[in-house]
Write a protein that binds this ligand. Structure first.
Ligand code: PGA
Length: 251
């Protein structure tokens, strides 16, 4: 059985003070919800203070990005070793990184390799753009992104995938549960080809893109969807708690 997972991607929102207040607001309610993995991904600068706040709870932390080198002259970058001290998860290959920061499949691959080596759990994001979707290229795009990101990675243990169609991110236009499940089933098949049937059965695949408390159940009710990567709605305490609670009861 795959344990459902809800991850909140706060993106470039919240000061440290805001982040501490938001976690304080959610912590007790989140803590009461069983049978679902809860991950909060704040900006880097909030990881250390939040680590203290969630210590001993079931709430885990993730980073939104990392650089692939372990240390050295890379001004402004954050290494996997630094993160491993502060959090358990790391989002890699988010479409905003690919789009605004020029992250290629090769860079995403290096980041996944270095995260796994440091003992971090990557949440690897893939997904097609609107034009690709309309041209019927979804399968081709997600397959290419997966092949590139997972090249020469033999041990995929712990890896988590997030299918995030770019046209659904921050647009209020989520995919339907059925649409998302269809593509996630394709992704599972692709994982079976890259690894084997066992890995494809066990790997957790999330949906992301305009997930709200109102549509969470629709996604969670799909057989191949194991949770959600939530952007905007993860910044609202009551809504995020509701999303996590629904993930706990619908799986
Ligand atoms: P959204 O973002 O929920 O605001 O659409 C999702 C994401 O980018 O991970």
């Amino acid at each position: 059985m795959r344990v459902p997972l809800i991850a909140g991607n706060w993106k470039m929102n919240t000061t440290v003070t805001d982040a501490v207040n938001l976690v304080k607001e959610m912590r007790d309610d989140l803590e009461k919800i069983p049978d679902v993995d809860k991950v909060i991904c704040p900006p880097f600068v909030s990881l250390a203070p939040l680590k203290e706040l969630v210590a001993g709870s079931t709430i885990k932390l993730g980073a939104q990005n990392l650089y692939f080198a372990e240390k050295g002259a890379y001004t402004g970058e954050i290494s996997p070793l630094m993160l491993a001290d502060l959090c358990e998860y790391v989002i890699i290959g988010h479409s905003e990184r690919r789009q605004y920061f020029g992250e290629s499949g090769d860079i995403v691959n290096k980041k996944v390799v270095s995260a796994l080596k440091a003992g971090l759990i990557p949440i690897l994001c893939i997904g097609e753009k609107l034009a690709e979707n309309e041209a019927g290229k979804t399968e081709e795009v997600v397959t290419r992104q997966l092949n590139a990101a997972l090249e020469n990675i033999d041990d995929s243990d712990g890896l988590i995938l997030a299918y995030e169609p770019v046209w659904a991110i921050g647009t209020g236009r989520a995919a339907t549960g059925k649409q998302a499940n269809e593509t996630i089933a394709i992704i599972r098949n692709c994982i079976s080809r890259i690894y084997d049937r066992r890995v494809s059965r066990e790997i957790r695949i999330l949906y992301g893109g305009s997930v709200t408390a109102a549509n969470t159940a629709e996604f969670m009710n799909q057989p191949d969807i194991d949770g959600a990567l939530v952007g905007g709605a993860s910044l609202k305490a009551a809504e995020f708690i509701s999303i996590v609670a629904q993930a706990s009861t619908t799986k």
